[in-house]
Design a protein around this ligand. Structure first.
Ligand code: SAH
Length: 223
């Protein structure tokens, strides 16, 4: 039980504010109770700067520095729901774009182990700290260009990408287990779509889901 008041939150960062976020997610069509329970219990405000903490439960993306954003609660819930829909008990999940680590925290409480790759080192360091503060330990981190995936631990039951490439990197398709599912936004700014790729015995099945707005998937690492 974590009793640190910063983590528990008060006022606009309290459990009651989180409960309002959960009610909104229900209205937006999120139905998976396991995901809603985890989001109700996870203090999103610790993943953003103190100056933005009071806005952490609004349904909006917020800046986390380095021109990046924490994804809005709806998109975190929706991607997690779509990832786990057919396979609720995933063992290994690869996440590309750790950012502040909020999506990582949600995933790690629902799957066996999360392997998370981030190209901007200072963001990765902060994410590691946030997840340590919450004592979530079933996560491994890698600082690199996620376009290469993380072959050492492949294949993955699930892959979740939180930045949008214009084309799906080949390495990610290769590292998806047969029976595995990948959620990925694809396209240029203003015309991105969320896709779900399922690796079946006979190949890759692609579903185009909904229009989305993510930061671009960039190559190379930043120290
Ligand atoms: N799920 C994160 C989203 C952060 S924004 C959150 O809620 O905080 C997307 C992240 O993807 C950024 O941190 C960005 O640096 C990272 N990113 C973009 N291209 C990448 C790449 N090729 N490899 C790894 N990370 C990448």
């Amino acid at each position: 039980m974590i009793t640190n008041p910063r983590i528990q939150g008060i006022g606009m960062t309290s459990r009651r504010t989180r409960e309002r976020m959960i009610n909104r997610l229900l209205e937006q069509g999120i139905t998976e109770h396991k995901i809603l329970d985890v989001m109700r219990d996870t203090p999103r405000h610790i993943f953003v700067d103190d100056a933005l903490a009071s806005r952490a439960y609004e349904d909006t993306a917020l800046p986390i520095g380095h021109n990046q954003t924490i994804s809005q609660p709806y998109i975190v819930a929706k991607m997690t729901e779509l990832l786990l829909q057919e396979k609720p008990n995933m063992g290994k999940v690869l996440e590309i774009g750790t950012g502040c680590g909020y999506q990582t925290a949600i995933l790690a409480q629902l799957v066996g182990h999360v392997y998370s790759v981030e190209r901007i080192l200072p963001l990765q360091k902060k994410a590691i700290q946030h997840l340590q503060d919450l004592r979530i330990r079933n996560i491994s981190f890698q600082h690199s260009d996620g376009g290469w995936g993380w072959s050492k631990n492949a294949p993955y039951d699930g892959i979740l990408v939180s930045a949008a490439p214009t084309e799906i990197p080949e390495a990610l398709l290769e590292q998806l287990a047969v029976g595995g599912v990948m959620l990925i936004p694809v396209g240029r700014a203003g015309q991105q779509e969320l896709r779900r790729i399922t690796h079946t015995d006979s190949g890759y099945q692609v579903e185009v889901l909904e229009p989305v707005s993510f930061v671009p998937f960039l190559s190379g690492g930043v120290s």
